[in-house]
Design a protein around this ligand. Structure first.
Ligand SMILES: [Zn+2]
Length: 526
């Protein structure tokens, strides 16, 4: 039995009972990539037929009834047309079979029905075969996620559950201010007097949970939220994380990688903390005086021979580390100065381009890995920063040519997200064979949002005036309508499926960034 299928209780949609459906005996097992030489009909042609009784019980792991392929077939006769690029396996295939190639083949198999038929009724896809955003289902799923974060398994990720849920709520246009009081109460017990936030009461401060906590407080807003942050203690604690090679560790005595650099600089810039190292910072012994000392050079050394960016020098390139490094460089200065100076941009673009798969359309995180919805942000979020580095400073959205395209295939990403990542009962997932969670809901929606807006840098050089990291706050955005490839007249996503825009560096709503920066940049001292 194919790995994507398992026995589940019967669940039938009305369309499966239509008299026009393909006879059950024409529906066969799919046992290998080799049978998927083209879309649609080849799913119906195989020599390993299964009995009707067995077919009645076969439902894919993600809940999609394989019988829905008959709906696909009907769509392709007269319904929405999905381009071959998203419905046809790659024409050139390496003949060497490995565990990796088998996993890739299985992934294509599980995605194709969703991409060309969506596994849904004809009413739930638009004229281009793109499913609608199941907004209400995702909101309900997130309510469950945030309400259940009190359970023991969440003990080590409590601030993260808040951040993922609140960011996803924001993307969906929900009012998150109602969570203000509860967020303050939850995070107040995570904050340590010695600085920083742990995952829960009495837990060691960690820069990842501190990042999630600070951003969560910024999202819900209100003076009580932001004022509860012990900025002086946080500054002193961050000083302990600064390393002699320019980077940051994740906690005192913990591992060092680019997450530490991005999370630390996000906190420092958003809260307008002094850039001068605290007097007792260990790296003062190495001659460092500022959090910025050696930092861009450290990030530069994380770029690998492939062009991607690894967690630390001489390691493997990874999409999430790429975003952390790019966003951190964009905190340190204008993108067209920092990215061009410290990275081999053409090589990075080449590596990032290789992360997008066809026919799936989504991104993978590493070479020879599978597509995964969360990289819609980790890789997808790199593109606006790179495009800003290429275009330079844009005084306003009006200067952006309407025909300005994208460095990646946005249609492919949109189709992957809306066709493959939406779980039937709400929430977003890695791929059809997996279950949804708050993490993937957050980052998959963030990736979808980034296809709906232009983000552009609109600053001018500012190093001598104001806060040295002001360039991070000199970005703007404008709405765009994702369109069919090569057809400017056809919008790919329906208007009701537009999301809220997020700041491309801080990955929270623009208003939350402005509110925090506005409050703390006015303060003198702690
Ligand atoms: Zn993932």
């Amino acid at each position: 039995m194919p790995s994507t299928l398992k026995i589940k209780p019967k669940r039938r949609k009305a369309i499966h009972k239509s008299k026009s459906r393909v006879p059950l005996k024409q529906l066969h097992r799919r046992d290998g990539y080799g049978s998927l030489t083209s879309c649609g009909k080849n799913y119906m042609a195989s020599d390993t037929a299964i009995g009707e009784d067995e077919q009645e019980e076969l439902i894919s792991r993600d809940g999609t009834d394989p019988l829905s392929l008959e709906a696909t077939f009907d769509q392709r006769q007269g319904g929405p047309q999905v381009p071959d690029l998203y419905t046809t396996p790659p024409p050139i295939k390496d003949s060497l079979t490995t565990d990796t190639s088998i996993s890739q083949d299985n992934t294509v198999q599980q995605c194709l029905p969703h991409l060309f038929a969506s596994g849904k009724s004809l009413l739930s896809v638009n004229a281009h075969g793109v499913p609608s955003l199941e907004r209400e289902g995702h909101v309900d799923f997130l309510h469950d996620a945030i309400e259940n974060a009190r359970y023991i398994p969440y003990d080590a990720v409590r601030p993260w559950v808040l951040y993922w849920s609140l960011t996803a709520f924001s993307l969906l246009g929900e009012n998150v201010e109602t969570y203000q009081q509860r967020v303050v109460e939850t995070l107040s017990v995570c904050q340590n007097l010695s600085g920083g936030f742990g995952a829960g009461h009495g837990q060691l401060s960690h820069v990842a949970t501190s990042y999630a906590a600070v951003l969560s407080l910024a999202i819900v807003g209100g003076s009580e939220s932001l004022d509860m942050i012990g900025r002086r203690a946080l500054w002193r604690w961050l000083g302990q994380l600064k390393q002699s090679d320019g980077g940051f560790s994740m906690c005192v005595g913990g591992e060092e990688d680019v997450r530490g650099a991005y999370c630390s600089m996000t906190i420092i810039s958003l809260l307008a903390l002094p850039l001068e190292l605290p007097p007792n910072a260990p790296t003062r012994a190495h001659g460092f005086t500022s959090f910025l000392d050696g930092l861009p050079e450290y990030l530069s050394r994380c770029q690998t021979f492939e062009g991607g960016i690894s967690g630390r020098p001489q390691s493997e390139a990874h999409g999430a580390y790429a975003f952390c490094a790019l966003a951190c460089l964009c905190i340190l200065g204008p993108p067209h100065e920092m990215l061009r100076k410290y990275l081999d941009l053409p090589l990075l673009i080449s590596w990032l381009s290789s992360r997008q798969h066809a026919p799936e359309g989504g991104f993978s995180g590493r070479t020879n890995k599978l597509v995964d919805g969360c990289y819609s942000h980790w890789v997808g979020g790199c593109w606006p920063l790179i495009e800003a580095a290429i275009k330079g400073s844009q005084p306003s959205a009006l200067t952006i040519t309407p025909k300005f395209g994208s460095l990646y295939n946005q249609e492919g990403l949109i189709r992957y997200i809306l066709s493959c990542c939406q779980a039937d009962d709400g929430g977003m997932r890695d791929k059809p064979s997996t279950y949804p969670d708050a993490y993937h809901t957050c980052y998959t929606l963030a990736g979808l949002s980034s296809t709906q807006y232009f983000s552009y840098y609109n600053g001018t050089r500012n190093a001598e005036a104001g806060y040295p990291l002001d360039s991070a706050f000199q970005w703007g955005f404008s709405k765009k309508s994702p369109q069919r490839d090569g057809n400017e007249e056809e919008e790919l996503v329906d208007a009701e499926d537009m999301l809220v825009s997020l700041h491309p560096i801080y990955v929270i709503p623009w208003g939350a960034v402005e509110r925090s920066h506005g409050l703390f940049s006015q303060k003198t001292g702690f």
